[in-house]
Design a protein around this ligand. Structure first.
Ligand SMILES: C[S@@+](CC[C@H](N)C(=O)[O-])C[C@H]1O[C@@H](n2cnc3c(N)ncnc32)[C@H](O)[C@@H]1O
Length: 278
């Protein structure tokens, strides 16, 4: 039985990097009229109240999205992101934080199609309730890794696969590599974005090296850590791996990360990197 609930973590520093990347890619795909398919393999509940008992228990959003709300932002992409999050809230108050499904649903067009997978029965129910009126969206209570093989290639021949596991089960790391291999066999031109936690730097790097061996067309790594790396306990940062990224993504993130770091660092300094791996 899965015990991870994203409601404890919604809007934290990792979500900010994750959703900045996700929405950047969606906005990029929206530049062409042609419809596309969005697959969210680990969708969560879709939208989160920041006043739920879970959010109030951890208050992780205070070191994430709340810091962007407390400041006059400079970088246009950060400003745009704040405006987007504001659109789920009223006035200047921060009461809700959208998950990846709500962000995708808000930005995608009437002709685009969304497929959302979520295994946790409670979160699956919340997700389904949230989107029951939206004809573009299908929710599915089955395994998101298996969905990569089952759903690809998309009829549209344009697609974005967003993979955001909780890594609650250690086998997720291998399952993800196998799923990416199957996905690329079927749909080599799709854009794939994978979120990962930075726990122990060496273990994370070794896993990324194994992923690269699948034979990726190209891979961009963006990592942001608000905390210094420690001997290994807890999540000190997180990263995004993007296969077939928009050509402008690396340069734009190199530009915005210094400001993001000045907002989100915990202590003297955080660290960030943007690396083209292949
Ligand atoms: C990090 S959360 C997702 C957050 C969401 N993507 C967002 O950005 O708002 C990971 C979710 O994956 C679900 N999950 C775990 N293993 C899964 C699997 N194999 N297939 C589908 N969902 C899974 C968990 O129940 C959890 O809700």
């Amino acid at each position: 039985m899965l015990s991870y609930r994203h409601s404890f973590h919604a809007g934290n520093f990792a979500d900010v990097l994750k959703h900045l990347t996700q929405t950047y890619i969606i906005n990029y795909l929206n530049r062409k009229d042609k419809p596309y398919f969005y697959l969210d393999t680990h969708a969560g509940a879709g939208l989160y109240s920041l006043h739920s008992p879970e959010a109030e228990k951890t208050e992780e959003y205070r070191e994430g999205i709340a810091r962007l709300f407390a400041t006059e932002l400079k970088h246009p992409l950060l400003k745009e992101f704040k405006t987007l999050i504001s659109s789920f809230n009223t006035a200047e108050r921060l009461d809700f934080y959208p998950g990846s499904p709500a962000l995708a649903a808000k930005l995608m067009r009437p002709t685009d199609r969304l497929q959302l997978h979520e295994l946790h029965p409670n979160d699956y129910q919340l997700l389904t309730n949230l989107f029951q009126q939206d004809k573009r969206i299908k929710t599915d209570a089955s395994n998101g890794f298996a969905a990569i093989k089952a759903q690809l290639p998309p009829l549209e021949r344009r697609g974005f696969i967003f993979i955001d596991p909780s890594y609650e089960v250690k086998t997720d790391y291998n399952a993800l590599i196998a799923a990416i291999s199957q996905g690329l066999e079927r749909f080599a031109t799709g854009t794939y974005a994978i979120w990962y936690p930075v726990l122990q730097v060496q273990t994370t790097d070794a896993w990324i090296k194994r992923l690269q061996k699948v034979g990726l067309p190209n891979l961009l790594k963006i990592e942001y850590s608000p905390l210094p790396p420690t001997s290994g306990l807890g999540m000190t940062g997180s990263g995004m791996l993007i296969i077939n990224p928009p050509y402008s993504l690396a340069a734009d993130f190199k530009n915005l990360l210094p400001e993001l770091n000045s907002l989100l660092k915990q202590g003297d300094k955080g660290s960030y990197l943007v690396e083209e791996l292949i």
